[in-house]
Design a protein around this ligand. Structure first.
Ligand SMILES: Cc1cc2nc3c(=O)[nH]c(=O)nc-3n(C[C@H](O)[C@H](O)[C@H](O)COP(=O)(O)OP(=O)(O)OC[C@H]3O[C@@H](n4cnc5c(N)ncnc54)[C@H](O)[C@@H]3O)c2cc1C
Length: 489
């Protein structure tokens, strides 16, 4: 089974044959400075690869852009030839939205410039940046842009869908940090979008995904931090996991915003620096806590020690490490590109004792590699009113993410079914909505729900109708353009 077959998009793009490829190359001549990558190009195998190896798609053409002008030329060619493009930044879309099957992919990996305005604490980042590119640039100035939890996720997909991570409790989502965005519209026009210039579109870009155009440059608000971060870890044997998770559930609601605390039920513990050799490869629960303030603050050390002592850990550790070069790279290898992955997200309404038992029972026998994550959020995310941005369901303190991994294709159906079943079993304790950035190929019927329900979806549809009336950008979690209002009699 591959996502090409099980996740075929509802609106499949036209296939590009040799004749069309040549025609597009002719149209781009003199205007496009990036790489034009067809199936015979030596960069094609690498350029069509995305994070999830179940997504095995063969685009007819990949246009690897290096500038806003390249993106304009690529979008113009897409429109002229009736080719709704897939748009690729980091390629981390869990359902492989970044890669077209037979059609056109616009690849932004040539737009990775980052500049930091230290005086105004603003960060300008190209629309193809990975989080690691941004973190490396901001770390030099003791700044951070709140984003995700590893270095290889693309900033564009992440931020346009919301963006959660270590700093969310303190500063909110990545999209909450937008100051302005340079956007290439379906018409080929390049516009700058901010709260003042185009409030409706700015609202829609904060969580509405890639529906409205291609972002070629983000300007984010940044915050003083680091470069060092204090972190703590505790590990638990399976027989102690339920008790530890009950402790976690009771402590999380009491925590200040200066700490993030997350749990990972791991199938096999990787050889991280604090893991004794005899525990590497073991099924273990891990708690990880992060002090989101000054690493030297004694209150941070005290808090991290307190959290590491919850339950009966078999190992505890506390350390201070560089945020960008250290913390952000801890799980890069564990979730590297090229394995078969299936993920499912659910917001937790109540991590009740029975929910903990159901989860731990599943995990104890889980044959899939990877982990079940309980992500502690809340805090500043909920400071923004629900109607102030497209991003929805801000009120949840805990999010669940099943990040399942394997390599043998023969396991696909069984492992996907097991993951679906546990999420269904947990239904009594999960809430409404779903994170649009974690929607999988089998959840396309939940797009309206992910965008906050019919009312918000309709508002997004009206913005879409204004900026992309032909729905050129539809190879995504799609917002369809709202029908035109009937003329007044
Ligand atoms: C290993 C892993 C870790 C993750 N960690 C986190 C995390 O910590 N926090 C979090 O919030 N999410 C996380 N996610 C989810 C992540 O936010 C989404 O998968 C997101 O879509 C990834 O963005 P990308 O640019 O890498 O994706 P891509 O696959 O490149 O693109 C995804 C979609 O974004 C749109 N898009 C891409 N670039 C642009 C652009 N420049 N302009 C307009 N639209 C564009 C396109 O519509 C495309 O369909 C993670 C996912 C994975 C696989």
């Amino acid at each position: 089974m591959s996502l090409t077959s099980i996740g075929a998009p509802a609106l499949a793009p036209a296939a590009i044959d040799e004749h069309l490829r040549r025609r597009i190359a002719g149209q781009l001549a003199g205007q496009f400075k990036g790489d034009i990558i067809g199936p015979d190009h030596d960069r094609y195998p690498a350029a069509r690869r995305v994070w999830n190896s179940m997504v095995d798609r063969r685009p007819g053409l990949i246009l690897r852009c290096t500038s806003t002008e390249d993106v304009v030329a690529a979008v113009t060619a897409a429109r002229a030839n009736g080719l709704p493009p897939a748009v690729r930044c980091g390629g981390h879309s869990v359902s492989g939205k970044a890669m077209s099957d037979g059609g056109l992919t616009i690849d932004l990996s040539g737009l990775r410039e980052v500049s930091v305005d230290t005086e105004r604490k603003l960060v300008h980042a190209g629309g193809g940046c990975l989080l690691g590119t941004i973190d490396a640039a901001t770390a030099q100035h003791g700044l951070i842009v709140p984003a995700g939890i590893m270095s290889e996720t693309g900033v564009a997909g992440l931020a346009l869908g919301g963006g959660i991570g270590w700093f969310s409790r303190k500063h909110g989502l990545t999209c909450d940090q937008f100051v302005s965005l340079e956007l290439v519209l379906a018409s080929g026009e390049v516009i700058e979008v901010s709260a003042d210039s185009r409030p409706d579109l700015f609202w829609a870009l904060k969580g509405g995904g890639g529906n409205f155009g291609i972002v070629t440059r983000f300007t984010f608000r940044a915050y003083d931090f680091g470069p060092l971060m204090r972190i703590g870890v505790s590990l638990y044997q399976p027989e102690d996991a339920a008790d530890a998770l009950r402790g976690y559930a009771s402590v999380v609601p009491t925590l200040p915003r200066t700490v993030g605390w997350h749990a990972a039920l791991k199938h096999d513990m990787p050889a991280l620096p604090f893991v004794p050799p005899e525990l590497v490869g073991q099924r273990l629960l891990m708690f990880i806590s992060m002090w989101l303030d000054d690493a030297d603050d004694p209150a941070g050390a005290e808090m991290i020690e307190r959290l590491a002592a919850v339950g009966q850990p078999c190992v505890t550790a506390m350390t201070v490490m560089p945020f960008a070069a250290g913390v952000q790279r801890v799980i890069d290898e564990e979730f590297e590109d090229g394995h078969r992955y299936y993920t499912k997200e659910a917001h937790v309404a109540d991590l009740a004792d029975e929910a903990v038992d159901t989860l731990v029972d599943f995990w104890k026998d889980m044959p899939m590699e990877g982990e079940v994550e309980i992500i502690g959020l809340g805090g500043a995310i909920g400071d923004v009113p629900e109607d102030a941005a497209a991003f929805s369901n801000r009120g949840y303190l805990l999010w669940l993410n099943f990040a399942m991994k394997w390599d043998d294709q023969a396991h696909d159906a069984d492992y996907i079914d097991r993951t679906r079943k546990i999420v269904a079993d947990l239904k009594p304790w999960t809430g409404q909505g779903i994170y649009v950035n974690m929607l999988n190929f089998d959840e396309m019927d939940r797009v309206v729900e992910a965008f906050g329900g019919p009312e918000k979806y309709a508002r997004l549809g009206r913005v879409k109708a204004q900026y992309d009336p032909e729905n050129l950008f539809r190879m995504n979690y799609n917002v369809t353009p709202a029908p035109a209002e009937p003329a007044a009699p």
